[in-house]
Write a protein that binds this ligand. Structure first.
Ligand SMILES: Nc1nc2c(c(=O)[nH]1)N[C@H]1C(S)=C(S)[C@@H](COP(=O)(O)O)O[C@H]1N2
Ligand SMILES: [Mo]
Length: 356
């Protein structure tokens, strides 16, 4: 399918060099899949360079017997491909005022690929792994690690999933992306894909899967990727899971000049919880909304392209807004839910343009 090309390089907008964080330029997103070279990169630590020859996926903890699978073992298992949109929970963080802690993503920490691998449940079955009755969660350990100031400790990247999510037939151990072996930056040789969830669940460079009897309390499980509102005196800590519903414009870009008369507006919409039901556009600060056309087939886990022919009547500056509703009825909020770590900002965006 789509492979890296030198001309794709400018499609990645750097956010930080080490660790490597970069967002995709959505105004250049055409079609459903993001080419690998343009796919956003989100890393907490330096990228580990692993060789598949001596790599093993260890399965341990509350299981009847620990096991280790080789790369060849995994390739021999039943294969499944899914087109899945991955969005960082921090996407849109720079839209919070006052500024929230964390990488200052604009709106390009989201991309879509076709992921191929084997359902995790198939791998466990093939390895004849039986979970002990006390097992409650599976913890996924990445091979990357580093010193984390906020934790005053050296940590590996690790995340857990409840058993029903981990063992869902669409939860994949993925070894290919857009038909190519997983690139180093995206988790070679193996990463988890949890369709519908924010990107933090998709653990890269998988080294070990551990069944545990108690809820996992690792740094990236309980100190990060949680919504908290200490500023309101609210002690509730809500772990993030599925991606919020959101629509974005891919064309025009912010500040573009449009002609008076008909203009084709285009964008993408997705929700982690369900398919997209509708996308609407407003040019009058949300007083009235016009329905856009959803394009292509509905894919359960992928963003949906949309377009609208919009008639620009008045010369001068204008503000366009788009908003999506998902099949479960979730609608984007008008204002972001400010939270200390700046997650899940899926508020309706205002796009300034000029009609000339
Ligand atoms: N091992 C490991 N897995 C990881 C991360 C990481 O830093 N280390 N980052 C997570 C986060 S926060 C996101 S958003 C996605 C990004 O995946 P990508 O770089 O392939 O786009 O990977 C997730 N998996
Ligand atoms: Mo992320």
């Amino acid at each position: 399918m789509v492979g890296p090309a030198a001309t794709d390089a400018p499609r990645l907008v750097p956010v930080s060099a080490e660790p490597w964080n970069a967002e995709t330029d959505l105004t250049r997103q055409a079609g459903l899949l993001t080419p690998i070279a343009a796919f956003y990169k989100r890393n907490h630590f330096p990228i580990p360079r692993l060789a598949f020859a001596d790599w093993r996926l260890h399965i341990s903890g509350a299981v009847t017997a620990p096991r280790a699978l080789t790369y060849a073992d995994l390739l021999a298992l039943p294969r499944r491909s899914l087109v899945v949109t991955l969005e960082c929970a921090g996407n849109g963080r720079s839209g919070f005022a006052p500024a929230a802690v964390g990488e200052p993503w604009t709106y390009g920490a989201v991309s879509t690929a076709e992921w191929t691998g084997t359902p995790l449940r198939e791998a466990l079955a093939a390895a004849e792994v039986s979970l002990a009755p006390q097992a409650r969660e599976l913890v996924f350990w990445g091979a990357d690690a580093g010193y984390v100031d906020a934790a005053s400790a050296t940590l590996a990247y690790a995340r857990s999933l409840p058993l029903e999510v981990a063992l869902h037939p669409d939860t994949l151990l993925a070894y290919a992306m857009n038909g190519e072996p997983l690139p180093a930056a995206h988790g070679f040789p193996l990463r988890l894909i949890v369709p519908g969830w924010y990107g933090m669940a998709a653990v890269k460079w998988l080294a070990r899967i551990e069944a545990v009897a108690e809820p996992f309390a690792g740094f990236y499980q309980v100190e990060r990727y949680v919504m908290t509102h200490p500023e309101r005196g609210d002690p509730t800590v809500t772990p993030l899971n599925t991606m919020g519903v959101r629509a974005l414009f891919t064309s025009p870009s912010a500040g573009a000049t449009l002609q008076r008369g008909p203009n084709l507006l285009r964008g993408l919409a997705w929700s982690g919880a369900s398919a997209i039901a509708s996308v609407e556009v407003s040019a009058d600060d949300g007083a009235s909304w016009q329905g856009a056309e959803l394009l292509g087939a509905e894919l359960r886990y992928a963003w949906r392209p949309w377009e609208l022919r919009w008639e620009a009547r008045d010369l001068g500056p204008a503000t366009l807004r788009c908003r999506a509703r998902d099949v479960l009825g979730a609608l984007q909020p008008d204002a972001p839910d400010w939270n200390r770590l700046g997650y899940a900002n899926n508020a309706v965006l205002a796009l300034p343009v000029v009609i000339a």
